[in-house]
Write a protein of this length. Structure first.
Length: 138
């Protein structure tokens, strides 16, 4: 058996906020605004159609390791029925999406698994560039 991985292998996190129709997109818009008001994160662009390995339209929220303890529990209790995937960035995208993931709500299939690199070790790390300015406490 391999020794356990250390927590410093996690360089950040992604939360994928999914929506399946216009009504859920409206809920996702509200959640997005609430996130931006409360957390200094990087809100990604809207994907109104399937993209990459994702089985529904969505947007991504990238956040730093130190934010996990506050942001993820907040998402758990404020997701308003939306399906959310949270995964670490360990430089192993395929494993992060398929094995190291947390799901809130419906567990969706991961499509086109072959599009997810097995490893990005040796490539430049993704920089999380917060684009929100929180004005409210979580």
């Amino acid at each position: 058996m391999k020794p356990p991985k250390t927590l410093d292998t996690i360089i950040g996190y992604h939360a994928h906020i999914y929506f399946k129709d216009a009504a859920e997109r409206t809920v996702a818009e509200t959640l997005r605004a609430q996130i931006g008001e409360r957390f200094r994160v990087q809100l990604g662009r809207w994907h109104d159609r399937l993209v990459g390995p994702h089985a529904r339209p969505m947007y991504q929220v990238a956040f730093e390791v130190h934010q996990f303890a506050a942001f993820v529990p907040w998402l758990m209790i404020n997701r308003a029925g939306l399906t959310i995937l949270v995964h670490p960035d360990t430089r192993h995208p395929r494993q992060d999406h398929l094995v190291n993931a947390l799901w809130f709500g419906e567990v969706l299939p991961i499509l086109n698994v072959e599009q997810l690199p097995v490893s990005t070790v040796g490539e430049p790390d993704e920089t999380i560039a917060p684009n929100t300015t929180p004005t409210l406490a979580a």
